[in-house]
Design a protein around this ligand. Structure first.
Ligand SMILES: [Zn+2]
Length: 247
């Protein structure tokens, strides 16, 4: 899904520098998902993720639908419901189809999105796309995470079609996720594709597993950020990005 986005340009930051990386979680997930910030290059697992083969096809969906639906029938029974009552007759199939949709990011590869969308451009000012709607699924509880993603990068002769930033968000968010990994995967994909001077990604999200159970904090939001390159090394560039996404 691609929603209207805002973009803003501003004076460029300092010269390119080696990519560093910082991920921090504020008010993190309460189930131990918060990770220690990693220093240095992005982990190979995350980088490999960008080049991964898609793990599911449309044919796979058709093949697995009956077994997923059967599993939902078992779940309904286990919850004390009667899967045969009128209102629930089609629920296992609907739920299975919905779950496949919620995880359709497994059917896509980042590299397909990037093909034909990278342009040589002598643009060296910060590009920001903010308020990208994001819907994901917590991999610990299989309930929704939803919120907004803000992306900024400082190009180094290459730019990406603006709508593609939202597509990258879509592909990684429509998988089972933890917010910290989602944030990092988006930043690493942009870094790999464009070799920019720097990238910043901030995600503000609500975790239904926190809102509906556990601490039951209705309005708690989890904020994660990944800063690479000059966004990490140059406080001025980072502050400019953070100011622009809040304006
Ligand atoms: Zn959860």
């Amino acid at each position: 899904m691609e929603r209207p986005t805002q973009q803003q340009a501003s004076p460029a930051g300092d010269a390119p520098s080696p990519a560093g990386d910082a991920t921090r979680a504020l008010n993190g997930h309460r189930d131990g998902a918060a990770r220690k910030p990693e220093v240095g290059a992005p982990s190979s697992a995350v980088v490999d993720g960008w080049r991964e083969e898609r793990t599911r096809s449309v044919e796979d969906n058709e093949m697995s639908l009956p077994s997923i639906a059967a599993a939902y029938t078992t779940i309904l029974r286990g919850l004390g419901e009667d899967p045969q009552r009128q209102g629930l007759l089609k629920t296992p199939w609907r739920a299975a189809t919905a779950m496949q949709f919620f995880t359709k990011g497994y059917q896509e590869k980042i590299i397909d999105v990037l093909n034909d969308a990278i342009f040589d451009e002598d643009h060296d000012e910060m590009v920001i796309v903010k308020d990208i709607d994001m819907f994901s699924m917590c991999e610990h509880h299989l309930v929704p995470i939803f919120g907004r993603v803000h992306i900024g990068y400082l190009p180094n002769k290459r730019v990406l079609g603006l709508s593609k930033l939202a597509r990258i968000v879509e592909i990684y968010s429509r998988r089972l996720q933890v917010q910290e990994r989602l944030t990092k995967q988006i930043a690493v994909a942009i870094t790999e594709a464009l070799q920019p001077a720097g990238v910043g990604v901030v995600i503000e999200a609500t975790h239904m597993c926190m809102v509906m159970r556990g601490v039951q904090k209705m309005n708690s939001k989890t904020v994660t950020s990944t800063m690479l390159g000059v966004f990490r090394e140059d406080p001025k560039t980072r502050d400019e990005f953070l100011t622009l996404i809040r304006s």
